[in-house]
Design a protein around this ligand. Structure first.
Ligand code: 4AD
Ligand code: MG
Length: 431
C-alpha cells in the first residue's frame, strides 16, 4: 500500500500500485469511470474501463463522492490528469459506501458551518489544517530550541487577568467564582521561580460578544514567560518565534499555500526583514500624518486604526509603550514615563491584526494592588499571585500568541473561523 504522493513521480510509471482513500470527484460515461481519489497526501485520477469490469459495472457506475475505496492498477503518466498521473484500475474494493454526500458545489457559508465535520475534507480545509499543524510544531520547536520548559497551567481558574467582562463562568459544583482560563499568565509567573523559561500551547477562552473576523470564544494560545528578562528580550523572543513559524510553513507547505492562493512574497519578507518597531505615541503621529486620523492620546488603538497602520509596512509592526490606562494591571510602568507601560502588541501586515500581546511585568506589589483596585478587583483574591512579588521577585515578562490569528494571517483567510477545525463564536458552538 502506498500513499498517493509517494507514487506521483516517473519512477512509479508502469508499475503496479495500491492506493486507498476517498472519492473526491467522480464522472463517467457508459464506457469509462473517472475517480479523483484523495488521501491525506494528494490526489490521483483512477480510470475504470468498462471492458475490464463488465459484470460489476453497475457497482462502479454508482460509486459516489466520499466513498472510501482501495484501488490497484498500473500508474501511467497523463498530462491531462489533475495531478499529471493516473491509475489504470485492475481491481478495487469499496470499504465504506457514501450516498448523497451533503456538500456539493456553491453552498452557503452557513451550510458549510453546519456541516463543518464534513467540510474538513475539502481541499481548502485540508491545506489549512496542514499549515496549522506546521505552526504548532514550529512553536514547540522554537521554544524547546531556546531552552524553554513546556509547562501547563489550569483551565479552571479563580481569577481574571485580561478583563472581567470577557470571562466565562463555569458551573463548578454550583460555585459562581470559577472561570475558564483567558490566559495561563497568573499561574505561569509563579513557575518561573522554578523553571525560569517556560512556554505552553493551550486553549484560552474569551466571552467575546462581538462578531468579528478575528475573535473566537475558544482559541489556542501559545504563551511564554521568562525570568531575568527585560522588555527588549521579550520582544526579541516574539519576533524570532514569529519568523521561525513563517519560515517553517514556507519550507513545508508550499503546496498548501498554493491551494490557498496565498501570495508568499510578503511571508518571505516577514522571515528576512526585521519587523518595524514603534511606540504607541509614534503610531498616533503616523496615523495623523499619513491618514489624517486624529486619535486622542490615551485611547486604545481600534481595529480600523491598526488596519490602516499595517497597510504602511510589509512586515509585522511591533508597537510598544501603550498608555497605562488601556492595558492590564500587571504591566510595568515605563521607568522613563509613568503614563505608559512596557506592553507590546505585534500587528500582522495587511490588517490581519494583533497576533501577539505581551509585556514586562510590574514587580512593585503596592502598584499591582492599586491597579487591581482600579480595575474593580479584590486584591485578596490574588494573594497566591502577589506571593511572586514577596519571595525573591525578579524582572520578568512574557507574551501570548494567538495561534489562529497567526494561521489566519499566514493562510490569508477572510475569517479566523477557518483557522480552527470547529470554531466557537458568540453564535456558534455546534457541531
Ligand atoms: O493580548 P492578550 O489578551 O494577552 C494575554 O492574554 C497575556 N496574558 C499574554 C501573556 O502575556 N502571556 O492575548 C494574547 C493574544 C492576542 O495577541 C491575540 O493574538 C490572541 O491572544 N487573542 C485571541 N485570538 C482569538 N480570539 C480571541 N478572542 C483572542 N483574544 C486574544
Ligand atoms: Mg492584547
Amino acid at each position: 500500500m502506498e500513499h498517493i504522493d509517494e507514487v506521483l513521480n516517473d519512477a512509479w510509471v508502469g508499475k503496479e500500485i495500491e492506493v486507498r482513500g476517498w472519492v473526491h470527484r467522480e464522472r463517467g460515461s457508459n464506457k469509462m469511470k473517472f475517480i479523483l481519489l484523495r488521501d491525506s497526501t494528494n490526489y490521483v485520477q483512477c480510470v475504470f474501463n468498462r471492458n475490464d469490469f463488465e459484470k460489476i459495472w453497475n457497482e462502479i457506475d454508482h460509486v459516489q463522492v466520499e466513498t472510501s475505496i482501495i484501488v490497484r492498477g498500473e500508474l501511467k503518466k497523463d498530462e491531462r490528469a489533475p495531478t499529471g498521473y493516473e491509475v489504470r484500475v485492475k481491481s478495487y474494493e469499496i470499504v465504506g459506501k457514501s450516498e448523497n454526500f451533503p456538500i456539493t458545489k456553491d453552498q452557503s457559508i452557513e451550510f458549510l458551518a453546519d456541516n463543518r465535520h464534513l467540510w474538513l475534507r475539502s481541499s481548502k480545509m485540508m491545506a489549512i489544517l496542514k499549515i496549522r499543524s506546521t505552526v504548532f510544531g514550529a512553536i514547540h520547536e522554537y521554544f524547546r530550541g531556546e531552552g524553554f520548559y513546556e509547562y501547563q497551567s489550569p483551565i479552571f481558574q479563580a481569577v481574571q487577568c485580561e478583563g472581567g467582562s470577557e470571562l466565562f463562568s463555569v458551573n463548578y459544583f454550583d460555585r459562581k467564582d470559577v472561570f475558564l482560563a483567558q490566559t495561563w499568565q497568573l499561574y505561569a509567573e509563579p513557575a518561573i521561580f522554578s523553571l525560569e523559561k517556560i512556554y505552553t500551547i493551550a486553549p484560552s477562552f474569551r466571552a467575546e460578544r462581538s462578531k468579528t473576523s478575528r475573535h473566537l470564544t475558544e482559541y489556542w494560545h501559545a504563551e511564554m514567560e521568562v525570568a531575568w528578562a527585560d522588555f527588549d528580550t521579550i520582544i526579541n523572543y516574539g519576533e524570532a518565534c514569529v519568523k521561525h513559524i513563517v519560515k517553517r510553513v514556507l519550507e513545508k507547505n508550499e503546496r498548501e499555500l498554493k491551494i490557498l492562493e496565498r501570495d508568499t512574497s510578503k511571508l518571505e519578507l516577514a522571515v528576512k526583514k526585521p519587523f518595524v518597531r514603534m511606540t504607541y505615541t509614534d503610531a498616533l503621529k503616523v496615523l495623523d500624518e499619513k491618514f489624517g486620523m486624529k486619535i486622542e492620546w490615551g485611547k486604545d488603538l481600534r481595529t480600523i486604526e491598526e488596519e490602516k497602520l499595517t497597510t504602511l509596512y510589509d512586515v509585522p509592526i511591533i508597537c510598544t509603550r501603550y498608555p497605562k490606562k488601556v492595558k492590564a494591571f500587571y504591566m510595568i510602568e515605563d521607568p522613563e514615563n509613568p503614563d505608559v507601560v512596557l506592553g507590546v502588541d505585534f500587528l500582522a501586515p495587511d490588517g490581519y491584526g494583533e497576533i501577539i500581546g505581551g509585556s514586562q511585568r510590574e514587580h512593585d506589589i503596592e502598584k499591582i494592588k492599586a491597579r487591581l483596585v482600579e480595575a474593580g478587583e479584590d486584591p485578596s483574591q490574588y494573594e497566591f499571585y502577589l506571593d511572586t512579588r514577596r519571595y525573591g521577585s525578579v524582572p520578568h515578562g512574557g507574551f501570548g500568541l494567538g495561534v489562529e490569528r497567526v494561521v489566519r494571517w499566514i493562510c490569508g483567510l477572510d475569517t479566523i473561523k477557518d483557522a480552527i477545525p470547529f470554531p466557537r463564536t458568540i453564535e456558534r458552538y455546534k457541531p
